[in-house]
Design a protein around this ligand. Sequence first.
Ligand code: UT7
Length: 325
Amino acid sequence: MIRTRVIATAASVPEQVITNADLAKIVDTSDEWITQRTGIRERHISAGENTSVLVINVAKQLLERAAVKAEDIDLIIVASVTQDYGTPSLACMIQKEIGAVNAVAFDVVAACSGFMFALSTADKFIKSGAYGNALVIGGETLSKIVDWTDRATCVLFGDGAGGAYVEKSEEAGMEWENIGSAGEKYEILTEGYTNCANAFNDNPASVDPLWYVNMNGREVFKFATKKVTGSLKKLMEEKHLKHEDVKYFIPHQANIRIVEVIAKKLGIPFEKFYMNIDRLGNTSSASIPMALNELNEQGLLERGDKIVLAGFGGGMTWGTMLIVW
Ligand code: UT7
């Protein structure tokens, strides 16, 4: 049976770090409010580099770490809601930059669940037998679509990218997944709306206020705690797992309080959830692969460890996956 294994991970962030105190200089907020309500202390914010710079950096590291040649890459899948262009995709920009001439390259949009959707897609291509490997990357420069005068949203997000090189294997790898969408709720979290203005209608061509991240924070909070709890419960039941069997749960890093609620509801010690939101903020599709990479770089993952990834976000969407390292 063909399986998909993670072989290497990598991450990249802009150098510039913005603290809560820095934000308090531009909007009416405080370090105390942001830390207590979200768990975020600082985040990396682009000093001008666009998303392509971050994802290309990740792709180059993945090739080196996995010791594979660019021309041997079969697939490049990038998850992002902050691409440089409408077209080309970020994946095609990576393809050009690294010289992956034989790859099929495309982007997927599933907001903060994006990496889970991209990983799931790579897994299916590989399990079909037609593709042998993939670069799977989540990357964002959310700073370019945040309204920097809106304290309710601008304090939450950060920029960054993370990814994994995966390949076909006969050993255990991606073992179980539950991805889903609830499109009926899409209005509770949106960004990037563009007006349909053209030469034959009267719509104004100006940037619509809905270009910026717009959300009902409380509804997103409710959605996240309900869906992730339900999805993790399904995993634990179907795979007959106890939390003791899982080395780490890696949740999307949107708000430490969301993870505290999920941990409590499931009776899982909070310490089993790997968190880095204090240093990175919410980086949407990049948060899960960046957290996975941190664990990997610190040597905290051993062959055979069971790891659970759990994303949720705009769409609305969610995605949970059990990986055997
Ligand atoms: O990746 C998915 C993306 N989104 C999310 O995950 C968001 C999920 N939701 C959340 O994380 C939380 O709902 C937020 C962190 C966004 C907000 O926390 P909350 O506890 O739901 O606060 P709230 O929106 O109910 O606001 C409470 C108060 C309000 O003031 P009043 O009306 O009580 O006087 C806000 O105006 O806090 C005020 N407030 C702030 N105060 C200082 C909102 N933002 C700020 C701020 N600094 N940055």
